[in-house]
Design a protein around this ligand. Structure first.
Ligand code: NCD
Length: 309
């Protein structure tokens, strides 16, 4: 099998591959502010985002620029996509400009894989529908590794809208690969059907699901992917599943909380908790986003270089 020049998901990645990226992101975390690296000098990275994004898009841009690449941001609102062009035609047009990387975010699951079959550049999946968001899971793991050391027997509880979350899926795949115990906590209507096959513990009661957790990952209600029938009201969700300091009482004493953003304060997370620097890793996640994306760009660039030699 030829080496994979794309990063489409965590599925299929080995613990060795994952740990290599995590270690490399630590290196970038330390050097990024001190000096600009030349790894991607003369290379072109195109950010192609069909869904809104603040953190992911900005951090890919900063990561690419920190490695001296040129970056082009395609805003879907101003592109020919609004004139009816298909994704494949848009991609073929961009492909003709010979980018080295296409960073794709799209509302439909599977689009990153589809695109990878039509272009010569490396595709990085920056979130495809409910499917995967591999760089988010990698950056989350890099933050956990810095705080907790290793993953064996670490208890991670993921709480909120699991059904609609590509972040949850990628994190479950990654954390299980590295040996963590993963629990999910959600209203029954927001638990995906075959989730037990992923080897997680399933809870619809927050107190039970949070017991002995070392890390609690909190997810927002992703209303843009819902049809309006599967959720309790925001108030009810807040009451039963919203996390505050008090509701962490059954978790491990030094439990840490994470959130991929964007946060809905007062719904899935209490403001005081989000801003509590002793507990909250939310800013660490944003900072790590840049280093992990540098590590991913470098990894794919090295694979392509070796293939061409
Ligand atoms: C997540 C996403 O887009 O899937 N956000 C992110 O990339 N930081 C989570 C979300 O939108 O809730």
């Amino acid at each position: 099998m030829s080496p994979n020049i794309h990063l489409l998901g965590i599925e299929g990645m080995s613990s060795k591959q994952i740990l290599k990226i995590l270690k490399r992101s630590d290196f970038f975390l330390n050097v990024r502010k001190k000096r600009k690296l030349e790894t991607l000098k003369g290379k072109l990275v195109i950010n192609l985002f069909f869904e809104n994004s603040t953190r992911t898009k900005a951090s890919f841009e900063i990561a690419a620029k920190s490695l001296s690449a040129e970056v082009l941001n395609i805003s879907v609102a101003n592109s020919s996509i609004k004139k009816g062009e298909t994704l494949i035609d848009t991609a073929s047009t961009l492909n003709a400009m010979k980018p080295d990387f296409l960073i794709l975010r799209h509302p439909n699951s599977g689009t990153a894989l589809m695109l990878s079959k039509h272009v010569e550049s490396s595709i990085i999946n920056a979130g495809d529908g409910r499917h995967e968001h591999p760089t988010q899971a990698l950056l989350d793991a890099a933050v956990i590794r810095r705080k907790k050391g290793n993953f064996e027997n670490l208890n991670v509880s993921i709480c909120g809208d699991i059904s609609n979350s590509r972040v949850a899926r990628s994190n479950i795949l990654l954390l299980k690969t590295l040996g963590a115990n993963v629990s999910i906590i959600a209203p029954p209507t927001l638990i995906p059907k075959d989730i037990d096959k992923m080897g997680v513990n399933i809870f619809s009661n927050l107190d039970d699901g949070i017991k002995k957790a070392d890390i609690v990952m909190i997810l927002r209600l992703q209303a843009e992917r819902m049809n309006g029938t599967e959720t309790p009201s925001r108030r009810e969700f807040h009451h039963l599943f919203g996390i505050n300091e008090k509701k962490l009482k059954n978790a491990s004493k030094d439990v840490l909380i994470m959130h991929p953003g964007p946060m809905n304060r007062g719904v899935e997370i209490d403001s005081l908790l989000a801003d509590n620097n002793e507990r909250s890793l939310i800013n660490d996640q944003v900072e790590m986003g840049v280093s992990i994306r540098m590590a991913c760009l470098e990894m794919l660039y090295e694979i392509r270089k070796n293939l061409n030699e």
